[in-house]
Design a protein around this ligand. Structure first.
Ligand code: ATP
Length: 380
């Protein structure tokens, strides 16, 4: 599926191809402007794509080839937005019941379902209050109940928690995932928050400039990002240039200044001796030692230390560039009061199992063919 706005030189969504299974929870993750919201709006029917096909269950809701376009109200999709989008003149119960009324659900069943949904989001006691008189978190729970009251097989979420404080966000996350499981819906959830994407999803779709960079389970993306963009988004604080010393199809020995390490490669592209590649690792996997010049370690000098309560963030200048290390609270005792200060020499060790090899920036990260379709496998 492709979506181009007006005469824009690049497409907001560029040949995106994605199949979502019935009952799956998929998050679209990426930076601002990467096309997440446009993808969601095309699925909902709020935008008309420029090209491609969208199928929901067995039903084609958009096809550039045949000119078919099913309008949003006929797609039976629930939506939850960042702005709660509640109607000012309705009570909580009327708000949740509105989609049921539109769908001509008989009154008795409607009242039953309103109560059931409000009970699930813990707002039954507030059913006769004006919806907009509730707190932000409560309003978002009303929006959630409204989106799910009609038992839509597909529910779309557009950054629904970004206006809420951290504590509330965490508890709402749990509620959203529980509702998804209990009601057996299929969910597509847009966010730019890596932690949220990982916590909620069965599969995460990482997007960049209108295209998919990688699709995988949270674990796959967390452990095996396929390029530097995904690694950066998945919280690999260190991505350094390195050179291949020896290589076979699935692993390579790479040289960073101070260490040679055998690493598994994220892709099975052949590597030759002397090839440039990137090596990524997390700050929490860097061991900071005060002993100077330890063989198999990277020598450096502390540039900056920041106390974060449960950890210390340490920036170290090395011949490979700046390396970010994180020292956990339980290891604070290993260091004296004057050890971790600016300018102090240190040795850094990273276990090879924590190093991920990534293609160098000029390698083509989009080598596989991308079809121009988008399918959700939910019953229409
Ligand atoms: P954000 O997280 O900031 O909402 P996003 O990943 O959801 O970003 P989109 O809102 O889908 O990104 O935007 C993708 C691109 O399309 C951007 O370059 C944006 O400027 C452009 N765009 C989005 N909506 C429109 C519109 N209605 N008219 C013209 N261009 C648009």
């Amino acid at each position: 599926m492709t979506k181009r706005y007006g005469s824009a030189s690049s497409a907001a969504v560029d040949d995106l191809s994605l199949e979502i299974a019935d009952g799956e929870f998929v998050t679209l993750l990426g930076p601002s402007g990467c096309g997440k919201t446009t993808t969601l709006r095309c699925l909902a029917g709020l935008e008309v794509p420029t090209d491609g096909t969208i199928t929901i269950g067995d039903r084609t809701v958009y096809s550039a080839g045949t000119g078919k376009f099913v309008p949003p109200e006929k797609r039976a999709i629930g939506m939850v937005f960042q702005s709660y989008a509640l109607w000012p003149h309705m009570t909580v119960a009327q708000t949740v019941g509105y989609p049921l009324k539109l769908a001509k659900v008989p009154a008795a069943e409607r009242l039953e379902r309103i109560d059931e949904m409000l009970d699930r989001v813990h707002l039954l006691a507030r059913k006769d209050d004006q919806a907009v008189a509730l707190s932000g978190g409560q309003q978002q729970r009303v929006a959630l109940a409204r989106a799910m009251a009609n038992r839509s097989s597909l529910v779309l979420f557009d950054e629904p928690l970004s206006n809420l404080d951290v504590k509330l966000r965490n508890s709402m996350r749990t509620q959203i995932r529980e509702l998804h499981n209990e009601l057996g819906t299929t969910s597509v959830y847009v966010t730019h928050d890596q932690e949220e994407a990982i916590a909620l999803a069965d599969r995460v779709v990482v997007m960049n400039a209108g295209r998919i960079e990688q699709v995988g389970t949270p674990r796959e993306l967390y452990a095996r990002p396929r390029n530097a963009f995904v690694a950066d988004f998945m919280g690999f604080q260190n991505i350094l240039p390195a050179t291949v010393v020896t290589a076979d199809s699935s692993s390579a020995v790479v040289e960073l200044d101070g260490i040679d390490a055998r690493i598994e490669m994220a892709s099975d592209e052949p590597r030759a001796v002397g090839d440039a590649l990137l090596v990524a690792f997390r700050a929490s996997h860097v061991e900071v030692s005060l002993a100077g010049d330890v063989p198999g370690s990277i020598a450096g000098r502390i540039r900056n230390v920041t106390y974060l309560g449960t950890s210390l963030r340490v920036l170290v200048e090395t011949a490979n560039g700046v390396i970010r290390a994180q020292i956990d609270e339980r290891d604070f005792g290993r260091y004296g009061p004057d050890d971790l200060v600016d300018g102090h020499p240190v040795s850094l060790r990273i276990s090879p199992s924590h190093l991920v090899g990534l293609p160098a920036p000029d390698d083509d990260a989009h080598s596989e063919p991308i079809a121009s379709t988008m399918t959700t496998r939910v019953p229409a």
